[in-house]
Design a protein around this ligand. Sequence first.
Ligand code: ADE
Length: 254
Amino acid sequence: MLAIMGAMPDEVRHLVDALRDVRTVTRGNRRYHRGTLWGHDVVVVFSHWGKVASAMTATTLVSELGAELLLFTGVAGGVDPTLRVGDVVVATRLVQHDLDARPLFARHEIPLLGRTYLEADPTLRAAVHDAAATFLSEVANAPDTPVATALRAVGVSAPRVVEGLVASGDRFFASDAARAELRRDLPETTCVEMEGAAVAQVCVEHGVPFAVVRTISDAAGDHAAVDFTTFLEAVASTYSHEILRRMLGGGASF
Ligand code: ADE
């Protein structure tokens, strides 16, 4: 079974609406929706926000509900200055930018795991990347569709998909100074969010392959809060629905 964790309630609602034969179970303040999504046995759940909340959700998925693969979808703040709102990042690996157990361990190293960076599963992330690239090229080639029109309305033009390092931590970045500090500490960072690396750690410790896909909602700088709300209302949930439909609908063997 493939577990799909969504970082936004709207995004999860869209996906749950697309599920067939839904059975919902409640555990620890979360509702886990199991069913068939474009031919695949899945569980869809709202991750909740932050590292502890999302790690708890991932743990239930893996150890109680039997998730064999896990995909996290959501939005992120762009840290790489070439990224624009509406671009998609597929994580190659993830790091907890706020983890600092010095002098006992190196900065960002996960205590007792002996690792700093957690690698996404190459097959799963390639499938997400292909689906995102297909979606974005379809949008570019069909400028009159509702999705393309909604993107233009929030100023998104020619969105692209990139792969790279995703940094996670319990902080919403909304200042140029904080973003600059993160770039100094972890220069390879493409984008920042609040769950991915925590969910990745749960998956690594349980031996479950995972991938993380994030749509850039803001530039993690002085205007982050404003851009974020506008973007969420306009397009973010559509992205994950459309990317997943292309990924699962194409007969993939997950
Ligand atoms: N998720 C979306 N935008 C973000 C930001 N600016 N900081 C942290 N998480 C985010």
